[in-house]
Design a protein around this ligand. Sequence first.
Ligand code: NAD
Length: 503
Amino acid sequence: MDLSDIQKAAGLRSPIRSQLFIDGRFVDAASGETLPTLNPHDNSPIVDVAMAGAADVDRAVAAAQRAFPAWSRMPAADRGRILLKIADLIEANTEELARLESLDTGHPLRDCRMLDVPRTAACYRYFGGMADKFQGETIPVEAGFLNYTLREPIGVVGQVVPWNFPLMFTSWKMAPALAAGNTIVMKPAEITPLTSLKIAELMAEAGMPAGVVNMVPGLGATAGQAIAEHPGLAKIAFTGSTATGKRIVQASAGNLKKVQLELGGKGPNIVFEDANLVAAVNGSAWAIFHNQGQACIAGSRLVLHERIADAFLAEFIPLARSIRLGNPLDAATEMGPLTSSQHQQRVLSYVDVAREQGGEVLAGGRAPADPALASGCYVEPTIVRAASWRDRVAQEEVFGPFVTVLTFKDDAEALQIANGTDYGLGAGLWTSNLQRAHRFARDIQAGMVWVNSYKRVNPGSPFGGTGLSGYGREMGFDAMREYTQVKSVWINVDARIAPHYAR
Ligand code: NAD
């Protein structure tokens, strides 16, 4: 199939963008190199995308540096208005963006329509409104002085995102950075660049000045590394694996750029004996199986009170088996393929890891038998009971539709399991006991805790982790703090300062 056939088959109305976006224009990579992006439903190529290298990152940083003075001094309300326009354009293009995201990542179309695109628009709208509401303070200092703070943009920021939620993650990074007056060099993941390039097109349409946002898809080891090392960037904000996060910290040391890291997780999802089981079963399935489990906040450790474990699993296992796998562009599909075949193999390898340590596979554990899905990156919803919370499948991030079941006998053991990894990102608990809910919310080491729900996100609510899950927060006022630096200004109004060196 040629590109126009692929577009037509996916129901796309506008051309797929496949060039870098630098200084307001779509351009080829300086090297002329490209990288194919594949459809994870059948591993067929969609389009060859320009592959940025260090020279392109240099061009993008230079463009962002040129754009910075005017953008940062533009009245905040005017910056906000452009972000609000972007939100409108995203909404107007919901179907197009949802289909493109689904094609490139394997997310079910219905999730892209209901979640990814509306959440992306909501993020630009929230920070569009925030632009002229985030302000400094006056500080009550000693007599005779006025002391106030200015919240200044950091400068040109580098941003690097993974492949699991490209639309949402680029918005979580770009919207607050832009609202605060920064300019951007953004690198989407090499295997899912298409919606990021479409967003660049919509930004230009919304009136974003050239150079404010530059999009440089390319490999992590080259384009990503060049961003992390670049002396012209004042900050790097990264979402991805903990291993890459550590490399970024090292690479950023050259010019001591500010670093913000959103890394991996191994979310505990605890079901107490007093939980509403119907809600907990459904919510726990969503916690792990949404987006094929490719979520840093996935509830990938299902921690069940031993008294209700059998009753819970008697409902949970058939529910998992009933999830409709299929072509993500089919509106009835509830679970699509993983985003790459390499990742599919990695997820499946954890079934052997589980068995080697005495784990029992309760459901799934293989690619589906359906011949229509045989050439894609599919994995059946997989439930594994681990022998111990110290086992690898209870400690390592699998990042797929793979949930590890553990049991506990009392609250103390539940907390020990919950806090028994080096990660600390999302955590959930299901209980009808108010005291217990608040106690666990206090005692769980995590950046986010959901009670009688899981995986809620909102542009106003801070998102991020502790420990090996990284540092810094996206969303809300915290994100604006991350993308500004504070300057303290002292004015001598009528202070009489005794001379230090009276002569
Ligand atoms: P990854 O770390 O391999 O890649 C993420 C991004 O970093 C990609 O764009 C990649 O090209 C780039 N990259 C790779 N090497 C680099 C380098 N040396 N320098 C600079 N950039 C480099 O991660 P992934 O496999 O794409 O994504 C999955 C991981 O992301 C999981 O661990 C998941 O938990 C994590 N994640 C975290 C969050 C969060 O908010 N905490 C959200 C989503 C995903």
